[in-house]
Design a protein. Sequence first.
Length: 390
Amino acid sequence: MSEYNLIDLKFTGRKMKKWYKVWNLFLAYLDLLLRREKPHADPVELSVGTTSFCNLRCIQCPREGHEGNLMPFDEHLDLAYYQSLEPYLKRAKEVSLYGLGEPMIDKRYFDKVRYVTSFGAEVSLSSNGTLMDERRCREIIESGIKSIGISLDAAREETFAVVRPPGGLPAIVENIKRLSRMKKEQGTLRPLIRLSFGIMPQNLEDLPLFPDLAAEAGGEEIIVHSVIFMSEAKRRELTTDPQKVRPAIEAARARARELGIAFCVWDLDPFTYLKSLRYVRGESEASYASSSATGRSSHGYFCFFLWRNAMIQGHGELFPCCYMTNKRLGRLQNGNLLELRGHPFLAELRRRLYEGDPPEPCAGCPQLYPYDRQNILKSGLQEMINLIRS
């Protein structure tokens, strides 16, 4: 076969990969525009775990206390499992390749990244940063990962050791510096380095100091969010006085602006999981106070996650979303993801959102958007144009 024929085959292969994704994206927007409770599209985005082992004992983690969480602990997934996801990888634009564990523990993690990206999907990574030595930093860059989120939750080692035991913040900062330096040396913008801070009473004093740490480490974006209470015991341990939270956030925002670092606040409802426990059990709506509660709307809502994402953890177990992990919808078998995404539990959630009556676990979620057909059409056209041009 001539060199030109090989080039033609590669070009045709790239076009076919893109066609799968463009068509699936079109179907996803059609699902939304027609208010389908059972989607006809495969997921535009996948959230897929790799390993659920971890080397830290973060105080807010479900490992350290939960009620009813069904996410699998202490499992490794081999490459053959990802090969079984090929039909969905062909159609997905983006894949979040992590779960309830530290991905860098997985010795074949970057083999999985390369396999996923071979289908033209963008990969994002979340890590605790402890294992990012020079070899792994090089792999992060060379494998084409789009973005990496590193959870720190502290600006000082004494705080870090409390919220993310056994500690080791200075070493993690050096690891992030290494990644940032290697990016510059290789002249690449990837991955975008996001550093996150989950607010708790134990670390609130560190929040105004966090932008300086981020600047020192080479972080490009700061994400601040509430932690989700995974049990009543954790609610009592981790509830933060809202009167103290706002000034700390604004002080951090102002400092990030001075340093030229992007600053984002995820307005998570910390009671989301506790509310979902009652909702899944069919009990009356939870009465937990929420600073971001959403009322009824005559125009309706839609959930960004329920519309275009699939939360797949363990060996193919589908969950409603990353905030509702106390409800398993089934296990992937023989290409039945479309069937599982039409599960009556999810169909009921979508119906209530479309009708403007979000259930309590969803009411304060940042994935909830007003249903505006004009904006949906505009966003859909722009996203498909961007995908075709990419």
